[in-house]
Ligand binder design. Structure first.
Ligand code: E4P
Length: 214
């Protein structure tokens, strides 16, 4: 499974990238707003650090606006994947952008039918939001299972990106189900590395080694 960071913070991206296990980045308008930086400048910097797909979202909700913003974003770097919302005009935009060779990530997916439509329209990536479903007492991971089954049944190429990941169990379940990508906040990424027994074991090894040195 590819591991993406769900952030627009360049320091977090640099840190994860230095470990050699970062496959891409997803951003959204809320994450970009938190950084208080020029959007395009920030995207260019992210592209210079990460060797993988970088999702950048349009904010227009009409077809012409989405196409204009999508083309503009795609011009910045070959790594850019244009994120469009899963609405009627968004599906039209996916179809048009695909015809121009521009890859799309269809975001704000909350149902298997929405995911089916995105694949049929030609999405490169579908982003189902598991955490936000969990928040309303609906098991987000059930949606991932349904989408993977549907895509396998019909051999759709669209990659399943598990979005709105909130904790390491989401990551384990995504990988076990065979999701293509998991995107997560830096805090969850860091949690994946940690294990208390690793820390205790290392502490003991170092303490024992000190005795040898005396
Ligand atoms: C990523 O593509 C999504 O925008 C993001 O995962 C949403 O996460 P949130 O529900 O924690 O805001």
């Amino acid at each position: 499974m590819k591991i993406f960071l769900d952030t627009a913070n360049i320091n977090e991206i640099r840190e994860a990238s230095s470990m050699g296990i970062l496959d891409g980045v997803t951003t959204n308008p809320s994450l970009v707003a938190k950084e208080g930086r020029d959007f395009k400048g920030l995207l260019k910097e992210i592209c210079s650090v990460v060797n993988g797909d970088i999702s950048a979202e349009v904010v227009a909700t009409d077809l012409d606006g989405m196409l204009r913003e999508g083309r503009d974003l795609a011009k910045l770097d070959d790594k850019i994947v244009v994120k469009v919302p899963l609405i009627k005009e968004g599906l039209k935009a996916v179809k048009c952008l695909k015809a121009e060779g521009i890859r799309t990530n269809v975001t704000l997916c909350f149902s298997p039918n929405q995911a089916l439509l995105a694949a049929k329209a030609g999405a490169y990536i579908i982003s189902p939001f598991v955490g936000r479903l969990d928040d309303i007492s609906t098991d987000g991971m059930d949606l991932i299972e349904q989408i993977i089954t549907i895509y396998r049944n019909y051999d759709y190429d669209t990659q399943v990106l598990v979005a709105s990941i909130r904790h390491p169990i989401h990551v384990v379940e995504s990988a076990m189900m065979g999701a293509d990508i998991g995107t997560m906040p830096f805090s969850v990424f860091t949690q994946l590395i940690k294990h208390p027994l690793t820390d205790i074991g290392l502490e003991r090894f170092l303490a024992d080694w000190k005795k040898v040195q005396q």
